[in-house]
Ligand binder design. Structure first.
Ligand code: DGL
Length: 274
């Protein structure tokens, strides 16, 4: 068990990675966090691999310069499209979200058949499919591009979002995948929709949240026991957070509070050098 307080850098295309930060903070409260949201360039989910890699590598550099000793690539799209390049360009350990999510999904699936929902870019990369096939699990990947804007609109429990999710999941859990028993949330925004997705997914399905799975891997990596039993007060006050955003600080505070469930204060505007 380490006693030193590590500084963990968390990178995302925008606000969604705050779902990963939230899980990290709840498992590893005795760390300091630097969060970088590339809000001026989001969404990454519709961009090419080269563009995403360029942005992600410069963001990783910024987090390292500011003192991150370990980088968590919270963005599924950036992990799927650019993890190799980020690792190659970094001097500190880097953890992405795809491998932890795939690992957990394979452990949870008894029929070895899972559905992954994600952005267009993540689905086109087949990063989850490859990671799951390597674990002898059959996967169906389904792009759900409407869910990110619906979440950012705050339509978490909204009939329109429910209808959209019903259509996406209806298409995904069909044609040989009716028996799939795991749904992987392969996008930072989807954990906010967990209650809705639980209602909409077939009842036999277990939801695997790659944010949660990644936080566990980071905790193991730091050899820190998960501290799920620490009091809510400790969890709120112990970690120090600093946020960097490439677009409006005001908007980051507003949407950040929705994702974190509490106010997001220390937000600084930064420019990304390319
Ligand atoms: N953070 C992205 C992901 O997890 C979703 C938002 C975006 O497309 O930039 O794939």
């Amino acid at each position: 068990m380490t006693t030193r307080r590590p500084t963990i850098g968390v990178f995302d295309s925008g606000f969604g990675g705050l779902t990963v930060l939230k899980e990290l903070v709840s498992l590893i409260p005795n760390a300091d966090y630097l969060y970088f949201g590339d809000t001026a360039r989001l969404p990454y989910g519709s961009k090419s691999a080269d563009t995403v890699a360029r942005y992600a590598v410069s963001a990783a550099h910024l987090l390292e310069e500011r003192g991150a000793e370990l980088l968590v690539i919270a963005c599924n799209t950036a992990t799927a499209l650019a993890l190799d390049k980020i690792v190659a360009g970094s001097h500190v350990p880097v953890i992405g979200v795809v491998e932890p999510g795939a690992n957990r999904a394979s452990a949870c699936s008894t029929v070895h058949k899972v559905v992954v929902i994600a952005t267009e870019a993540t689905v086109s990369s087949h990063a989850y499919l490859k990671a799951l096939e390597a674990r002898a699990v059959e996967a169906r990947e389904k792009a759900c591009p409407l869910l990110v804007p619906l979440v950012e609109e705050g339509w978490i429990e909204h009939p329109v979002t429910e209808q959209v999710a019903r259509i996406y999941l209806g298409e995904a859990f069909a044609d040989g995948f009716q028996s799939a028993d795991v749904l992987v949330l392969g996008c930072t925004h989807y954990p906010l929709l967990k209650p809705l997705l639980h209602r909409v997914a077939p009842p036999h399905v277990t939801i695997v949240d790659s944010a949660e799975s990644t936080a566990r891997v980071v905790a193991e990596r730091l050899s820190i026991e998960p501290v799920a039993s620490s009091s809510a007060e400790e969890r709120r006050t112990l970690p120090r957070h600093r946020f960097f955003a490439t677009d409006s600080v005001e908007k980051f505070r507003r949407l950040g509070a929705m994702f974190m469930g509490h106010s997001v204060d220390d937000v600084q505007h930064v420019d990304l050098k390319e």
